[in-house]
Write a new protein. Structure first.
Length: 227
């Protein structure tokens, strides 16, 4: 069965996808403030009017791009880890350009300082929390804190792109640089840096002090009875 050429729904979907992808590329390069509706329309090969027809405004288009970028990265992660494609030598090279582009996009978005950036970070934490609960429930008892720290650490690597790249001697947004960074992350997550006994002692020290039992009507401490 051939492509449904002439089907308005199919053509609309194709136009929406072209506009979305063009917006992601330009937002990643210039940021949302540095990109105009006309820029996106020209990049996508459509008219500004068609862009507004599909998305209404640049801000609404950004929200669509945010959702797509997060969903696409989660899907790639699931394919890689859960569907066994880690063993496929052709999988990572095939998706790497997409990963790098979306990382660039997310970096720009998170550093924007807008309400949209805050919403994106919160959504990343929520998605990470769901992932950890489902696939690695034994790693922590505080899933929200774990997810927030995880997203903060990984986002920090991207936000510090210039410094990390300079230190490694290779741009982490290139294939070579990203693979080197990914290898270091694999080492980081696969090895514990802290001795279990030390962690137990540290956790005990972090526990808030227990408040003394309040006095009873007779003025005695019930916790002291039988001591």
């Amino acid at each position: 069965m051939g492509d449904p050429i002439g089907d308005p729904a199919f053509e609309d979907l194709t136009a929406r996808a072209r506009i979305r992808d063009a917006a992601i590329r330009l937002f990643a390069e210039r940021g949302i403030d540095g990109t105009t509706v006309r820029d996106i329309a020209q990049e996508a090969g459509v008219s500004p009017g068609l862009l507004r027809h599909h998305f209404g405004s640049k801000e609404a288009l950004r929200e669509v791009c945010d959702t797509y970028a997060l969903d696409r990265l989660v899907k790639i992660k699931e394919e890689f880890y859960l569907e066994g494609k880690v063993a496929n030598p052709g999988f990572l090279p095939s998706v790497h350009p997409t990963i790098v582009l979306l990382y660039k996009y997310l970096t720009r978005a998170l550093l924007g300082g807008s309400s949209g950036a805050a919403a994106m970070f919160d959504e990343m934490v929520t998605l990470s929390e769901q992932w950890v609960r489902k696939h690695a429930p034994a790693v922590t008892e505080d899933y929200r804190a774990y997810a927030a720290v995880l997203v903060g650490m990984q986002s920090g690597l991207l936000a510090m792109h210039d410094h990390v790249s300079r230190t490694l001697g290779v741009d982490i947004f290139t294939t070579e640089g990203h693979l080197r960074m990914a290898g270091a992350l694999a080492d980081f997550y696969s090895h514990s840096l802290l001795d279990p006994e030390f962690v137990t002692k540290a956790r005990a020290a972090m526990e808030p002090p227990r408040a003394p039992n309040p006095p009873t009507a007779t003025g005695t401490d019930p916790g002291a009875e039988g001591a």
